[in-house]
Design a protein around this ligand. Structure first.
Ligand SMILES: *Cc1c(COP(=O)(O)O)cnc(C)c1O
Length: 383
């Protein structure tokens, strides 16, 4: 298990341990799409190895198969998540798609999933476009929803956008031999390492906290060697590769991940408290156990008006950036989920989701309070 102080240190150094040997300080960014080699027979033998999803530690053959800068990011995330391997993709959805295709091609295309999930994940599963079928189950009913052809169990915790916490130890036990995929985008390895609780696959939309600055898209699956081989094979044939420039930025983001997540979580906890006391707020959702940088709350008035009224906070989808973002899930992230399914999953039309960044809590509160409409002098902040 990676201790907290170790995590902070490894977040800075993982994926960069050889830089002193190399005589460089910044991570080398390799933008080659192809790699010259004079010996074609030797390259053919290497391709046979690479086609099996193995890495041979040498210069790549072609950019769709592997890339040294991307491998550094993979090494770092694998280590932070306590896994032997990680496989990076062009986005979080590309990473999830590869896992679903792996299940389908193994003849286990049935998925058991727990709602709520990220809206597009919900849609991908519900529509079955990749050849999967889904049984939606409550976390405590997952065991009885499993079938002989179940290839994956999929869960998010804390859930998006209601921030409900799922007991991963109990869920992993209920899954038995069936691989459990945990979307760890919200908690990050700073607050939760699902592998330690029995998950087989840990998914990140690296676009969010791992990158942390809203300027690079990516996805990654941390896992063990067998899954990594299958995922690399699928990535090679489907082409959903992470661009090396994005890998460079995402790896740079990792070095500040523990500091950013801890600071944003402290502010989010403070804002959740203040929101609880606001007369225009009906209900606040904040994870009691894991904490984190996200706060969701239901308003008495028009939630869309609140998004329109903020001035410091950025009115935008996405999360995990250095700046604070607010969005209305029913209009944006979960618009794609049918209203009946949305409501059954506990996503109220009056819910707003706040992704807290690194601004001061007082400045954020001033903006939120003004946007919510101040009708009660008692709720002005105390500090
Ligand atoms: C954003 C997000 C995704 C999808 O990731 P992309 O990088 O946008 O493809 C999946 N899960 C969660 C929890 C997310 O927030």
């Amino acid at each position: 298990m990676v201790g907290m102080s170790t995590l902070r240190t490894r977040a800075v150094h993982a994926g960069r341990d050889d830089l002193v040997e190399l005589g460089v300080h910044a991570v080398p960014l390799d933008l080659s799409t192809t790699y010259p080699a004079r010996d074609s027979a030797a390259e053919a033998a290497r391709l046979d190895v690479l086609a099996g999803g193995e890495l041979d530690g040498r210069m790549p053959v072609y950019g769709r198969i592997s890339n040294p800068t991307v491998e550094r990011f993979e090494t770092a995330v694998a280590e932070l998540e306590g896994c032997t391997d990680a496989v990076a993709f062009a986005s979080g959805m590309a990473a999830l798609s590869a896992c679903l295709l792996a299940a389908v091609t193994a003849g286990h295309g049935h998925v058991v999933a727990v709602r709520p999930l990220y809206g597009t994940t919900d849609h991908l599963l519900d529509s079955g476009v990749l050849g999967t079928s889904v049984t939606w189950a409550r976390a405590e009913d997952v065991g009885s929803a499993l079938r002989p052809d179940t290839g994956l169990v999929i869960v998010e915790t804390p859930t998006n956008p209601t921030l409900t916490e799922v007991d991963l130890d109990a869920l992993a036990e209920a899954c038995g031999e069936v691989p459990l995929l945990v979307d760890n985008t919200f908690a990050t390895p700073v607050l939760q390492r699902p592998r330690e609780h029995g998950a087989s696959l840990v998914l990140h939309s690296a676009t969010k906290f791992l990158g942390g600055h809203g300027d690079a898209m990516g996805g990654i699956i941390a896992c063990e060697a067998g899954w990594a081989r299958r995922l690399r094979q699928l990535r090679m044939v489907t082409g959903a590769v992470l661009h090396p420039m994005a890998a460079y930025l995402l790896l740079r983001g990792l070095s500040t991940l523990p500091v950013r997540v801890r600071a944003a979580s402290a502010t989010a906890g403070a804002l959740a408290e203040r929101l609880r006391g606001h007369p225009n707020v009906a209900r606040v959702h904040y994870p009691a156990r894991s904490g984190g940088a996200l706060v969701s709350f239901e308003v008495h008035g028009d939630p869309v008006a609140v998004v329109g009224a903020v001035r410091l906070i950025t009115p935008a989808v996405s999360l995990g950036s250095v700046d604070t973002l607010i969005q209305h899930p029913a209009s944006l992230t979960h618009h794609i989920v049918a209203p009946t399914d949305r409501h059954a999953a506990g996503i109220s039309d009056r819910l707003l989701r706040l992704s807290v960044g690194l601004e001061s809590a007082d400045d954020l509160w001033e903006d939120l309070d003004a946007a919510l409409g101040t009708h009660n002098a008692e709720v002005t902040p105390s500090e």
